[in-house]
Design a protein around this ligand. Structure first.
Ligand code: ADP
Ligand code: ASP
Ligand code: MG
Length: 624
């Protein structure tokens, strides 16, 4: 007999008939000899409707009252589903988050789960009842008890957290698609179903806009090794398993906030090639990386910052042994890029830097926590380490620094994030003298992204995020502490930043070398962030603050792209063929993200999905 947690999303419980169908499935699962906790969302688009009501009264409703309002949606569903089960003769009981004891931070509208009481749940389960729990909600325990919500889409997180707390055999997420597909089937009907995907890949995909799973749910599944499957509530298809290594004995206290950073990684075997002043127009990145991949050069980080005038800078890192080849390609292609655009323009220039190191912090716990990147930058600043390049993914921040400062940077970061040199820490550092990982000694997590699943293509999925805005600050003084200051301020205002990119071009103004820095934020935070930064920029003598809300971020994800030359080139080429200009590029080991104009987002996604031949023969129709 297994203990299973099932979660049903909004569409799956969108009507009385749907709720009855869910009751039938639950009943069948119990009759097959299992115990069940069922987590449900609000019916259909109820939550959207409640948000709309609130906005008719106030453009900026009080967050406590908002939680009070939104938590009612799920309460309707739990009662109705329990009744439907009882009608079938199945004993069932509905419970709100507060009744279960889902204890969260006191942060309205985005609370993280601290712990889950299991006593009452277990008692009802042992009495043979199905417990139907309201997803997306909890209660704060500090001071007076308050109803909190976890953030939109948070019922997935409730379900996986309950599965972790109960040590359930597995957690099933029932939704309106047959599982995790290569992309959103609403945008590409031929998207293909996957049998399985690694937690690392899914974490990136979910964070980059694939809303089929809440990223925090994937994070919990990974941290606690909860077997997780996404399935259709309309069919009996097996769905998609999200795989993770089985970790041992992680505490269930401070479930979602235990440790934002799991590892400090470094690599001194790196060199940087930057092309300055390449034309800002479609096809340039495709040409450059196309040529690089033909020479079988595997690039690691790729960064393209915001344009300045009509030109861009693109930089990438490679391992030292292939630097010569990479440099030769870049030098050979630079004149062609120049003459193509405006022969009289300033020359595209190739800049190579040998003595660099990449230092990264990694950990799923940093998602949505703006203070973590800021703390990394502040730590490096305090250690007197200047940051040359920054590239981020949702679960990693990598900084390129001077190789001579690598040791200092790593030891400062270790102290700041309380990472002790563990078993694995001595690995690369001792053997190769160049690469290493310093991990929490008890950390059970794979430090590098887990290996790709067998027989999988290098790119598993493509995601589109239309909810971001881009901010750029011109001419920030290039000295230790500037990134720390900037992202510290944003963190203080609770603004999460995503892709952070520092320009390569350095200009001396008033005797001070200066660079631009650009990053993306949630669109709803864009105006606020701009207002706050414009004021600070005036006080501190920084340049202009520019906001662009009409952007889209399109990303590819796959553990198999590691060490595979040509993946980036193929993505850039697909965009070039559609005449789509790339405004920013940022990469991590298992993803590449490009910012493009908002109105080209869907076309970009479709072109990239086709270029990687991810389409299947079947078309998906998502139920209304
Ligand atoms: P639920 O209400 O069940 O939680 P959601 O609407 O939150 O459902 O998530 C399911 C939706 O996610 C699908 O209808 C689909 O449009 C969207 N989606 C986006 N990316 C993907 C993907 N890669 N695979 C499957 N679905 C996706
Ligand atoms: N009902 C909430 C929402 O619509 C939570 C969820 O469905 O996951 O965001
Ligand atoms: Mg959802």
């Amino acid at each position: 007999m297994a203990l299973i947690v099932q979660k049903y999303g909004g569409t799956s419980v969108g009507s009385v008939e749907r709720i009855q169908a869910v009751a039938q499935r639950v009943y069948k699962t119990v009759k097959a000899g299992n115990s069940l906790v069922v987590v449900v969302s609000a019916m259909g688009k109820t939550t959207d409707g409640l948000v709309k009501l609130a906005n008719e009264i106030s453009p900026n409703p009080n967050r406590r009252e908002m939680d009070m309002l939104l938590s009612t949606g799920e309460q309707v569903t739990i009662a109705l589903l329990s009744m439907a089960l009882q009608e079938l003769g199945q004993p069932a009981i509905s419970m709100t988050g507060a009744q279960v004891g889902i204890v969260t931070e006191a942060e309205h509208s985005r609370a993280r789960i601290l712990h889950i009481e299991t006593t009452r749940l277990s008692r009802h389960i042992n009495e043979g009842k199905v417990v139907v729990v309201a997803g997306f909600q909890g209660t704060s325990s500090v001071g007076e008890m308050e109803i909190t919500t976890l953030g939109r889409g948070g019922s997935d997180t409730s379900a996986v957290a309950i599965a972790a707390a109960l040590k359930a055999n597995f957690c099933e997420i029932y939704t309106d698609v047959p599982g995790i597909l290569t992309t959103d089937p609403r945008l590409v009907a031929e998207a293909q179903l996957m049998d399985a995907i690694t937690c690392d890949e899914m974490l990136e995909l979910a964070s980059l806009g694939a809303k089929v799973l809440h990223p925090r749910a994937v994070e919990i599944a990974r941290n606690y090794g909860v077997p997780l499957v996404v399935r259709s509530s309309w069919t009996d298809q097996p769905g998609t398993w999200v795989t993770s290594a089985k970790p041992q004995g992680r505490s269930l206290i401070n479930l979602e906030i235990a440790r934002p950073v799991d590892a400090v990684e470094f690599d001194t075997d790196q060199a940087k090639v930057a092309l300055l002043r390449v034309p800002d127009k479609p096809g340039v990145a495709a040409r450059l990386f196309g040529e690089i991949s033909r020479q079988k050069v595997d690039v690691d980080l790729i960064i393209q910052s915001v344009h300045e005038g009509n030109s861009n800078d693109i930089a990438f890192t490679v391992t030292t042994p292939i630097l010569k080849r990479a440099e030769a390609v870049a030098t050979a292609i630079a004149p062609a890029l120049r003459s193509q655009s405006n022969p009289k323009s300033e020359e595209a220039e190739v800049m190579v830097e040998h003595n660099i190191a990449k230092v990264s912090i990694a950990g799923a716990g940093m998602i949505g926590r703006p203070g973590v990147a800021a703390k990394m930058f502040a730590t490096l600043a305090e250690a007197g380490v200047n940051i040359q390049m920054i590239s981020t993914s949702e679960v990693k921040v990598s900084c390129v620094v001077d190789a001579n400062q690598c040791d200092r940077a790593v030891s400062a970061l270790r102290t700041a994030f309380e990472i002790e040199a563990g078993e694995q820490g001595s690995r690369g550092a001792g053997e190769q003298g160049s690469r290493g990982e310093v991990a929490v000694s008890f950390s059970p997590l794979p430090l590098r992204p887990s290996a790709p699943l067998p027989n999988c293509p290098p790119v598993r999925g493509v995601a589109l995020d239309l909810n971001q805005a881009r901010l750029a600050i011109r001419q920030l003084p290039d000295r230790p502490g500037m990134a720390a200051k900037l992202f510290g301020l944003l963190a203080q205002h609770n603004i999460s930043v995503d892709m952070i990119i520092q320009s390569q071009r350095c200009r001396v103004i008033d005797g001070v070398p200066r660079r631009d820095i650009a990053f993306t934020v949630s669109r709803i935070d864009g105006e606020n962030a701009k207002k706050m930064l414009t004021q600070i920029a005036a006080e501190l003598g920084w340049g202009e603050v520019v906001l662009d809300s009409a952007i889209a971020k399109v990303s590819i994800v796959g553990a198999g792209m590691l060490g595979q030359p040509g993946v980036a080139a193929k993505m850039f080429e697909a965009l070039a063929q559609q005449q789509i200009n790339i405004q920013m590029i940022a990469t991590s080991e298992i993803k590449i993200s490009c910012v493009v104009a908002q109105e080209q987002g869907v076309k970009a996604l479709q072109a990239i999905h086709a270029a990687f031949e991810l389409a299947g023969s079947e078309k998906f129709v998502v139920p209304a």
